[in-house]
Design a protein around this ligand. Structure first.
Ligand SMILES: *[C@@H]1O[C@H](CO)[C@@H](O)[C@H](O)[C@H]1NC(C)=O
Ligand SMILES: *[C@@H]1O[C@H](CO)[C@@H](O)[C@H](O)[C@H]1NC(C)=O
Length: 475
């Protein structure tokens, strides 16, 4: 009896051991799969600038698309003589001024909740800041067409370029300044035109009138501005995409931080934006992909032709002025969902902006993000903060790093993984930082910035009321 009992005991403990061993093995397998799924392992050098242009195979060969380049990267034709690259501190200072001006612009909209109980002092005139205006596209203007590199901006509406004779002032730009008198397709817009009145909402300023020609003026939060004649001209986006009679600002008095770009292309939602002006042609659909590195290229396309089938959409909200508002519901880091209520993001609201560099989150969300990220990065030594970025690592002893994947949970069940280059911002190997920053207050609007959009194809379908994301859209 006793011996058979111990035999059973022995057998069962053997099988228990066996079961345990199998379970442990399965668990180990699962853990490494989980690890691969929730982490990126890559060369540290892929975060550092390269001096050689290596155009993206996807972006460069996409037909009917404009090439998007980083102004200060090796794929840009801007030389250091015309445009001195900004220091990291300058980039973040401009970035903060853009964020402040977006808040101010939203606060002047009576539909926005920020109007009530806002602690900020509102500027007399709203306007958006150019920020560091990092991404540019080259378009052709006039007949014969002249190439102009413009900052592309989803946060503003009016497209403008500096124009000869620069009656008051033009800053120095990379390409020759556009001369309307040399183009056979330029026309001035008269003060009585309805398009002239549309400038009011597109710029926030009442248009002027000079010898019956409509005069626009737009100022940006950082003292930059452009004032000039409102005109109409042939705009050549690509050899297949030509827009006749495109309304734009022909700037006679221009000053500010446009860093050698000839002007700006406004991709906002208001009437005069290029998106609205080309609505019949492209159905208010455009897409872009910002390159993951300054040494690569991305693209900007108009119309639904180039939109891939792997795009996941989230609804566009209508309450954020001419900005593109989205619903963020939550985030995860290395597979761990941030332990915060989804009302944190619902309270702040969120916009997607091509001109803000670093994503801004409600402070409650940012502190959870930073804490969760740090807990998964303990093998790397922390180092001092970089301006607005407070979670920084000294990676000088590493060549390969493993970092947790950050996933954004958007409305409509759309989960989007941020690329490694959208997760960390490197100021050399000794200071590599989590590339997110907190707002001052949980009620401030969140902004999904351009670092986090890197290498994701972003599709704006304004008519369809949605924005889509496809990670891995360009290199
Ligand atoms: C446009 O209007 C301005 C102001 O009246 C004038 O100086 C300029 O010559 C006009 N340009 C053209 C091409 O008509
Ligand atoms: C790099 O490694 C050296 C040698 O082990 C060590 O002394 C140094 O503190 C390390 N530096 C960092 C930033 O971890």
């Amino acid at each position: 009896m006793a011996s058979s009992n111990s035999l059973i005991l022995l057998l069962s403990s053997c099988s228990l051991f066996f079961v345990l061993a199998v379970a442990r093995k399965e668990f180990a397998l699962e853990a490494s799969e989980q690890e691969a799924h929730h982490f990126h392992t890559l060369q540290l050098s892929s975060f550092l600038p390269s001096s050689v242009c290596n155009p993206s195979a996807i972006g460069g060969k996409k037909s009917g698309s404009l090439e998007v380049v980083h102004k200060h990267g090796p794929c840009s034709k801007f030389t250091k003589d015309t445009v001195k690259p900004l220091t990291v501190e300058e980039i973040f200072t401009h970035d903060q001024s853009r964020v402040d001006s977006i808040r101010a612009k939203l606060a002047t909209n009576p539909l926005n909740k920020d109007t009530l109980g806002s602690k900020t002092t509102l500027p007399a005139k709203s306007g958006s800041t150019i920020g560091s205006g990092n991404y540019i596209v080259t378009v052709g203007l006039g007949t014969p067409k002249k190439d102009l590199s413009l900052i592309f901006d989803t946060g503003s509406d009016l497209t403008w370029t500096q124009c000869q004779p620069c009656a008051r002032s033009c800053y120095s730009q990379q390409e020759p300044i556009f001369a309307p008198s040399m183009s056979t397709t330029y026309t001035n817009i008269s003060c009585s035109s309805n398009y002239c009145s549309d400038l009011m909402s597109a710029t926030g300023n009442t248009p002027g009138c000079s010898s019956s020609t409509c005069v626009y003026g737009i100022q940006y939060g950082d003292q930059s501005f452009s004032v000039g004649f409102f005109g109409k001209e042939k705009l050549t986006l690509t050899s297949k995409d030509v827009v006749d009679g495109f309304f734009f600002g022909c700037g006679q008095n221009n000053q500010g931080l446009f860093g050698g770009a000839a002007g700006l292309i406004g991709l906002g939602r208001d009437k005069l934006s290029i998106v609205s002006q080309t609505a019949n042609k492209y159905g208010k659909v455009f897409a872009y992909c910002l390159p993951s590195r300054t040494s690569s290229t991305g693209y900007l396309t108009f119309g639904s032709g180039g939109v891939g089938s792997n795009v996941k959409y989230t609804p566009l909200s209508t309450s954020q002025n001419s900005f593109y508002g989205l619903d963020l519901l939550g985030m995860s880091v290395g597979g761990t969902k941030l332990p915060i209520s989804s009302t944190v993001f619902q309270t702040s609201g969120m916009i997607i902006d091509s001109g803000t560099v670093i994503t801004r989150l409600p402070p409650t969300a940012y502190s959870a993000l930073s804490k969760t990220f740090r807990a998964q990065m303990t093998k790397y030594p922390l180092t001092k903060a970089l301006s607005i970025l407070d979670t920084c690592y000294d990676l000088s002893n590493f060549t390969t790093i493993t970092i947790p994947k950050i996933t954004m949970f958007w409305g409509g069940n759309t989960n989007v993984d941020i690329a490694p280059q959208g997760t960390l911002y490197a100021n050399g190997v000794q200071q590599v930082c989590l590339a997110f920053a907190p707002n001052g207050d949980d009620s401030d609007i969140g902004i999904f910035g351009n670092v986090q959009q890197k290498s994701i194809a972003v599709v704006y379908d304004v008519t369809g009321g949605k924005v889509g994301f496809a990670p891995g859209g360009c290199a």
